[in-house]
Design a protein around this ligand. Structure first.
Ligand code: ASP
Ligand code: MG
Length: 613
């Protein structure tokens, strides 16, 4: 007997009719022979209303009491849904997070799950119940109610699925567990269809792609829930609670996914950029900065540290706009101590393209920059991950940039992973035959899963690698105007050099610094053609090549949600006195350029820091 965890979001339980429909869906899944756990969010705008209620009383309510209040929203939903299931003649029982044994840390309003005890759920399931659990909440070791952060019910659902997967009884029954996230959209789209009407629903997407999409503003699911699904190999389907249509599967990567260079594009409008100028270029500085930000639990997104000149570097990164004032307050004293300046820029939007195909296909960056240049949009900052490219633009240009990228990568057309193309696509056809089953057949490694589950939300870094063959090219004083990047990368591509990571930062008024890495064998031609092209653009800009560099990468999940990964990485390098020349980050990977002679030492330091032996 399989276990299905269904999660219904706020809009899917907003009215009595919606609750009855959720009850019917749960009963159907049970009738199909599954044990069913349902996780629900607070109804409609309840959570927002509760927050408003608190604000009427106090500007700054204690976080513990905020959680006490917010957790009531979900408690209403579970009771009503249990009643609805009863009314349809099936046994059901509801539980709050604390009742069901969801234990979290004590970070009120942003708590992380530490463990889940499945004893009670299993007993209730074995008695034939549909088990209904309040999402978004748990309790800490002092029995205080905690909440998991906005949108946290997804995390509850996937965490429960993960916990059930290693439950011994479930295991004895074949251990088949899947998770359905019911929401008010049909699935995951190539981009937000409200902004780009010809966006397509995807049939499937890999965990990594979904993580990048979610971190970039594709608001279908909470990032942490996808991390969980990836760590514990839980197949997820995002689907519409208003229909029975198949939604989008979120799954481990398969070969065909790499055939599509870009699977989706996203716009994040609520970003802010922080720039630290004149930062001393010496070991330990990035660590000092990012550990201060991590210490106050603020997630950092794009990090672009440029090379710097005369011993001074510029570090740029983005945070959510709502975190801007906090970050500035934390960084101001550090900047003063370092003799640097720090400033925040609010009106920026981030546009990104994602696809695992980028690992094997070249030309994605040129296409992206050309599309943006054609719209005369200026780029303020660039970072690249192994499966994504992000650019920061003026807030007013965000939508235009997104539309341009969606069209440039032809995301509106049917293709593998986004509906079968009219000619019939065998790979997609095969894929359409319930891919989740393939995954569930893989025997889970119990010991590994159990170890992971002991610290459910511990950072999971899956790999550390050294690429000693990557060299860096840097352009200083590049005029900050639309089309500059497009011109340069088109020239570099035409010269036959393969560009890997790209970092661009605004350094002074009207001036940018752009760095990229190429394989050692391509360095000479990359340098030559870059020199030539920037001379034509502006004789004042200078190009340097650095053949003595190497790139260290850390791969994993939740680089953004766990600011601690950057902290650990930079800390380990600082401890060995290894200077960081360039930083590039994404949700699933952080890359740093260091001196090549320190490559092996840096690799060993990172392996030790992430205890990978
Ligand atoms: N009710 C919470 C919120 O609105 C949790 C959730 O919906 O997932 O953020
Ligand atoms: Mg909600």
């Amino acid at each position: 007997m399989g276990v299905v965890v269904q999660k219904f979001g706020g809009s899917s339980v907003a009215t009595a009719e919606r609750i009855k429909e959720a009850a019917r869906k749960a009963i159907r899944a049970k009738a199909a022979g599954n044990q069913v756990i349902v996780v629900v969010s607070a109804r409609g705008d309840t959570t927002d209303d509760l927050i408003d209620m608190a604000r009427e009383i106090s500007e700054n309510p204690p976080a513990r009491e905020m959680d006490m209040l917010l957790a009531t929203g979900e408690q209403i939903s579970i009771a009503l849904l249990a009643m609805a299931v009863h009314a349809l003649g099936e046994p059901a029982i509801s539980f709050t997070g604390p009742q069901i044994g969801i234990v979290t840390d004590s970070t009120h309003t942003k708590a992380r799950i530490k463990k889940i005890d499945t004893t009670k759920i299993r007993a209730a399931l074995e008695q034939g119940n549909i088990v209904i659990v309040a999402g978004f909440q748990g309790m800490d070791e002092r029995y205080s109610i905690t909440t998991l952060g906005r949108g946290g019910s997804d995390t509850t659902a996937v965490a429960l699925a993960a916990a059930m997967k290693i439950d011994p009884t479930v295991k004895a029954n074949g251990g088949k567990v899947s998770c359905e996230i019911y929401t008010d959209v049909d699935g995951v789209y190539t981009t937000d269809p409200r902004i780009v009407p010809d966006a397509r629903k995807m049939d499937s997407i890999s965990y990594d792609e979904m993580l990048e999409m979610a971190s970039m503003g594709a608001g279908v699911m909470h990032s942490r829930s996808i991390e969980f699904a990836k760590k514990f190999d839980v197949p997820l389907m995002v689907r519409n609670s208003f229909s029975d249509a198949i939604g989008t599967w979120i799954l481990p990567e398969t070969d065909w996914m790499a055939e599509v260079p870009v699977c989706g594009a996203a716009l994040a409008r609520d970003e802010a950029r922080i720039v630290l100028d004149g930062v001393p270029d010496r070991p330990g500085v990035s660590h000092q900065i990012f550990s201060a930000v991590a210490a106050v639990n603020i997630p950092v997104d794009m990090i672009a540290q440029s090379v710097g000149e005369a011993g001074k570097a510029t570090i740029g990164f983005t945070v959510l706009r709502t975190d801007l004032s906090n970050v500035l307050a934390v960084l101001q004293p550090i900047a003063t101590e370092l003799g640097a300046t720090v400033k925040g820029v609010e009106d920026v939007s981030k546009v990104s393209v994602v696809g695992v195909g980028m690992r094997t296909v070249t030309g994605v960056a040129e296409t992206a920059f050309a599309a943006i240049a054609a719209e005369e949009i200026n780029i303020k900052m660039i970072t690249t991950g192994d499966i994504k490219i992000s650019v920061l633009v003026d807030k007013n240009d965000g939508v235009k940039a997104l539309k341009a990228l969606h069209a440039a990568f032809r995301l509106h057309e049917p293709r593998k992973g986004a509906g079968i193309s009219p000619g019939g696509d065998p790979v997609a056809m095969v894929f359409k035959s319930r891919p989740a089953l393939l995954i569930d057949n893989r025997p889970p490694d119990l010991s590994v899963l159990a170890a992971k589950l002991a610290g459910m939300e511990d950072i999971l870094v899956s790999g550390v690698t050294l690429n000693p063959e990557q060299c860096r090219v840097t352009i200083f004083d590049l005029p900050d105007r639309p089309g500059a990047c497009s011109t340069i990368f088109t020239a570099v591509a035409n010269a036959g050099a393969i560009v890997d990571t790209i970092v661009q930062n605004l350094t002074g008024p009207g001036r940018a610094e752009l760095s990229f890495t190429v394989p050692r064998s391509d360095l000479t031609k990359a340098l030559e053609c870059t020199q030539k092209i920037v001379q034509e653009m502006d004789p004042n800009c200078r190009v340097t090549g650095d053949a003595d560099s190497a790139v260290l990468f850390v791969f994993g999940v939740g680089m953004r949600t766990h600011t601690g990964v950057a902290r650990t990485m930079f800390g380990a390098l600082a401890q060995r006195n290894i200077n960081i020349r360039m930083i590039n980050s994404s949700e699933v990977c952080i890359g740093v350029v260091i001196d090549r002679t320190h490559g092996e030492e840096g690799l060993a330091a990172l392996k030790a820091a992430f205890t990978m032996g």
